[in-house]
Design a protein around this ligand. Structure first.
Ligand SMILES: *Cc1c(COP(=O)(O)O)cnc(C)c1O
Length: 369
């Protein structure tokens, strides 16, 4: 169902650097680890200090900007990007809305630090964002599909309603990546993401990014990055750049396998509940079809009991029991172990790139274990 209007052009992504090279320059991206730059005379916009700029991040940001269709800033983690977006937008006395069922550290950051600065933090389940009621909110943070419940909201409708009420929207797009959904195209003001997940894809780095078409918001987030020192290391930036070169093939395989596995899991007697936006019976399916270019690689499952869930996760040779998601290796965990408001038998399954028939065989054997 891929719709070219919902996805960035991908052929050019792999040649962004190559097409701008001088003869004799390395085709692979060099890692620049310098804190100092050669700077005789007056500063004139060149790189001048490692906290303010770095050619390895600059090229990574060029690729990320291509994916988002907007200027982009790289951060050392998803939370660093989220913090930049929040600190760039909220002020003392502001009202901030965050999802009660989204990534939990966003809520914790808001309650632990922003509330102390005079920000009123309110929470609402993702599914109820659809009901509107954004009057009086200065910043509305949303996450769709939400992690881990996979509820969705209509980004265009929320962005429009929040803007009409005078607020700013920030969307966490980690779960689908820009290949699955482009919130800025739907009117959202800032998109943030953890590139630790599918964007990096190999479970060997932490990174994040923020993008916006609003120059003032970009300037504020860049100032935050320089002044707070929340900067990516050149090595992690380089690894993420390398991961992005294979994002399209990894993501396509992961989503296709997830779609197939979801169909089979939905019919499996050991599965009591399943959420996957690609299933026609899923409450988010109609919205997902209209809003997204793909249905993602995350599946939420509820099994019969906590014990069954633990056995499933820990006995399957093709599942890594681990927190986090989006890697080439299939992984899973019980989110209740971190206090998410889900059943103790709830499992978040992140589908990797293993051959899908082998994966299904291993998964169904573990469900019977
Ligand atoms: C993992 C995650 C984050 C945080 O990202 P880090 O890279 O771990 O800082 C934020 N939002 C969502 C939806 C995530 O899954």
């Amino acid at each position: 169902m891929s719709d070219s209007g919902k996805t960035p052009p991908l052929g050019g992504l792999l040649h962004l650097r190559g097409n701008a090279l001088d003869k004799g320059a390395p085709v692979a991206l060099p890692i620049t680890t310098s804190s100092m730059y050669h700077l005789p005379g007056l500063p004139d916009g060149s790189d001048f200090y490692g906290r303010a700029g770095n050619p390895t991040w600059a090229h990574l940001e060029h690729m990320l900007a291509h994916l988002e269709g907007a200027p982009c800033l790289a951060f050392p983690s998803g939370m660093a990007a989220i913090a930049a977006a929040l600190f760039a937008t909220v002020t003392s006395g502001a009202r901030l809305l965050v999802p009660s069922d989204g990534y939990y550290v966003t809520r914790r950051l808001s309650q632990r630090f922003l509330a102390n600065l005079g920000v009123t933090v309110e929470e609402r389940p993702t599914a109820s964002y659809t009901e509107g009621g954004f009057e009086g909110f200065d910043v509305v943070f949303l996450e769709t599909p939400s992690n881990p419940g996979l509820d969705m909201v209509d980004l265009a409708a929320v962005a429009k309603a929040v803007r009409a009420a005078g607020g700013i929207t920030i969307a966490d797009n980690t779960t689908l990546t820009p290949l699955g959904q482009r919130p800025l195209d739907l009117g959202v003001d800032i998109v943030v993401a953890s590139d630790t997940k599918a964007m990096g894809g190999h479970s060997d780095l932490l990174m994040g990014h923020a993008a916006s078409r609003n120059e003032d918001l970009m300037q504020a987030m860049e100032d935050w990055r320089i002044m707070s020192g929340s900067i990516p290391g050149p090595h992690a930036a380089w690894l993420l750049h390398r991961g992005l070169e294979t994002l399209e093939v990894r993501y396509a395989r992961m989503c296709e396998s997830a779609g197939l596995l979801a169909e089979r899991l939905a019919d499996h007697p050991a599965v009591k509940m399943i959420r996957y936006p690609g299933l026609t019976q899923d409450p988010a399916h109609q919205l997902a079809k209209q809003q997204c270019a793909s249905f993602g690689f995350l599946i939420s499952l509820t099994l019969a009991s906590e014990e069954k869930a633990e056995t499933f996760i820990n006995s399957c040779p093709l599942i890594r029991p681990a927190t986090s998601f989006g890697g080439v290796h299939t992984s899973a965990e019980r989110r209740a172990r971190w206090g998410d408001e889900v059943s103790p038998a709830f499992v978040r399954l992140s589908v990797g790139v293993e051959p899908v028939d082998e994966l299904w065989e291993a998964i169904s054997a573990s469900l019977h274990a």
